[in-house]
Design a protein around this ligand. Structure first.
Ligand code: SF4
Length: 121
């Protein structure tokens, strides 16, 4: 299987072709630096993404607060993680970097607030 991967490590956005099957990689072409090659190998075998979303808040003038994963999550778990985030119903105050879901789906990754929701006056 051949897969084109756009490197997101730096703004150059090199297009890297990875050829392989499962966890066995036969060739990697198109990278400009070693970091890009490593990124493409990792993306081919086990793609991960930072998850960003919003969660409902009560008791604040802000109805939603921005959230994200503390580290990249396996791509295949993103939909289920998103469902868990959408089930959240927080109570103000919510503080920036507050852990909202620790160890989501046993990944060792937390879902944290990246915004704030103060209590209504
Ligand atoms: S391969 Fe290297 S130069 Fe190209 S986008 Fe990735 S990090 Fe940047």
């Amino acid at each position: 299987m051949e897969k084109e991967i756009t490197c997101t490590i730096c703004p150059m956005g090199c297009r890297i072709m990875v050829c392989g099957e499962g966890e066995v990689i036969q060739s990697v072409k198109g990278y400009t630096c070693a970091r890009g090659e490593q990124y493409a190998r990792s993306e081919f075998v086990h793609p991960v993404r930072i998850l960003t979303s919003t969660a409902l808040v009560s008791g604040s003038s802000e109805p939603l607060v921005a959230v994200r994963s503390s580290r990249p999550l396996p791509k295949e778990l993103l939909m289920n993680c998103m469902k868990k985030i959408h089930m959240l119903h927080l109570q103000a105050p919510v503080y920036r970097y507050q852990v909202l879901i620790p160890n989501i789906m046993d990944t060792g990754v937390d879902i944290v607030a990246t915004g704030e929701a103060k209590t209504q006056d």
